[in-house]
Design a protein around this ligand. Structure first.
Ligand SMILES: Cc1cc2nc3c(=O)[nH]c(=O)nc-3n(C[C@H](O)[C@H](O)[C@H](O)COP(=O)(O)O)c2cc1C
Length: 178
């Protein structure tokens, strides 16, 4: 089984981002991180922060994954500040050439694309391999009664997961040959 890590970059418990992250992790049997539970401080750049157990654990989880699904609500035209702070604890040691899929949750009215572009730019800064498929999910994409997505959105997610798994496979072939 692929070691794919789903990262919930949204804050409120019971929000759409949490619902989506749990839905994907459950449906595809992937690992799950909620950044609000990762217990990371605000990055100040002080040396001792890198030795904190919470920081070491988080970096290990990302490093040991073969692929990542990064999910954030769009906040004022970007990813959440909390997710950016979390990502700033990483380096290309954990992310170089790692396949990464992006999903934004948004308020509707054509929001979400700036969040995706923001995450893509930042992931490129780590030399991650951000896959072409990406998704925005608006409030009406969710079935709140059972914590799933309506069919059309579920298919978009399924197609994106398939593409991510293809890149994970390609990347593991490269590692084997090296
Ligand atoms: C501080 C803040 C800023 C937001 N900015 C945007 C935005 O720029 N574009 C957009 O489409 N939605 C925006 N929204 C709406 C959220 O992206 C949307 O409701 C999302 O589903 C929230 O995720 P959650 O349900 O996990 O909390 C904003 C919401 C908040 C709280």
């Amino acid at each position: 089984m692929d070691r794919i890590l789903v990262v919930n970059g949204g804050m409120p418990k019971g929000g759409r981002t949490e619902l989506l992250t749990r839905y994907i992790a459950r449906k595809y049997n992937f690992h799950y991180i909620d950044i609000s539970e990762a217990n990371l401080p605000l990055l100040t750049g002080e040396e001792e922060q890198w030795r904190l157990q919470s920081v070491v654990n988080f970096k290990d989880k990302v490093r040991l994954s073969q692929g990542i699904i990064l999910i954030s609500p769009e906040y004022h035209g970007g990813m959440t500040g909390a997710l950016k702070n979390t990502l700033d604890f990483l380096t290309s040691d954990e992310l170089e050439y790692k396949p990464v899929a992006l999903v934004a949750t948004a308020g509707g009215g054509k929001g979400g694309i700036n969040c995706l572009n923001n995450m893509r730019t930042v992931m490129r800064g780590f030399y991650a391999n951000v896959i072409p498929k990406q998704i925005v999910l608006d409030p009406e994409c969710f079935n709140y009664d059972d914590g799933t997505l309506w069919e059309e959105s579920a298919k978009l997610v399924g197609d994106m997961v398939q593409e991510l798994q293809m890149f994970v496979k390609m990347t593991s072939n490269i590692e084997t040959k090296a």
